[in-house]
Design a protein around this ligand. Sequence first.
Ligand code: FAD
Length: 369
Amino acid sequence: MTDWDVIVIGAGPAGSLAARANSLRGLKVLLVDRATFPRRKVCGCCLNRHALSVLESADLGALSARLGAVPLNRVQLGAGGRCATVRLPGGVALSREAFDVALIEEAVNAGATFQSGTRVQMDETADGAEGVSLSGGLRARAVIVADGLNGRARAEATVVTAGSRIGAGAILADAPDSYESGTIHMATGRGGYVGLVRLEDGRLDVAAAFDGSFVQMHGLPGAASMVLQSSGLPPLPGLSDADWKGTPPLTRGPVRVAGPRWFAIGDAAGYIEPFTGEGMAWAMASALAVAPLVERCVQHGPGGLAAEWVAVHRKCVGERQWTCRALAWSLKRPGLCRVAVRGLRLIPGLAHPVVRSLNRPLASLPGVR
Ligand SMILES: Cc1cc2nc3c(=O)[nH]c(=O)nc-3n(C[C@H](O)[C@H](O)[C@H](O)COP(=O)(O)OP(=O)(O)OC[C@H]3O[C@@H](n4cnc5c(N)ncnc54)[C@H](O)[C@@H]3O)c2cc1C
């Protein structure tokens, strides 16, 4: 006897939105997370136009404004001691503490049961004919794996791309006024890049990607200071007193994104460097796209759905990641970044095709509601 129609592992943006979408389809959903909320997550905290369009298509378009998110209108890029400004077509900054808790509440309001402080592991030895077993005696007809970058809900290891950078983040309570609200400040340099943005409560979110060897040499605050100093962005005191948190290597993919009765979404289905701030958009788009497949799995069994998810995921997320891959490649070449910033100072419009591509709203997805 299966206890749940769907168990969702991980209550980040991907898991909570998937739990909500499947609850709205009338399924009995359990959402679990090993953390207690609000929890800290290394993130640039920027929701771009694409992410906002995903929320709109889930009828959650008013959520970010209700939470006091800060509208974003430009990016200030610094490299080699010079800065260039690029206009943004929209987007907001919002702390992950506020956003993730609000999405969990939306899932619960839609009928999902939420259990925090619960780490689960999936048993993949069964063929999925009846359902999926998880640790703690849990069983479900379908499982959504949304356990993030380095989740261990599945035994199968992820494949890390060679030379992948690691992530790091801190939040500063006090920061100089030169880091003004409404702007994404982005410093690039040898060893990595650092993004800074004011949150809804005035704190400054600092999120970075660094080469592992650079961090070994300078430590996290030292690495951030060096990149900021060389970039031309204003000095930022207080970095060494901040509470830094690191991540494992960022660019990676799972060996499989689906199996008998389970589907991976969000970072658990693969992630690349965060420079373009697309991660939450991909996570939430995959959460909406997986819902109709999960409903069919619960009602009719898993036949053919794993292969279908591979194709749908490639379409809604994989195809959008090419711009991000190209930028991640360029960012490893500081000389190229310096040339790009010089070019953008002369002709800011050079950035428009990239900005447009990254902020393209969600195209309609089959069966999404
Ligand atoms: C430096 C940096 C900057 C970034 N900046 C941005 C940005 O500005 N904009 C943007 O859109 N994206 C950004 N991202 C990416 C973004 O943070 C992720 O893409 C996003 O959080 C993915 O959401 P998710 O729901 O897949 O995973 P997560 O948000 O990581 O959530 C996964 C959840 O699963 C839980 N979990 C893990 N294992 C288990 C288990 N076994 N059992 C139960 N629970 C478990 C974890 O506790 C966690 O709460 C950035 C990332 C980094 C590293």
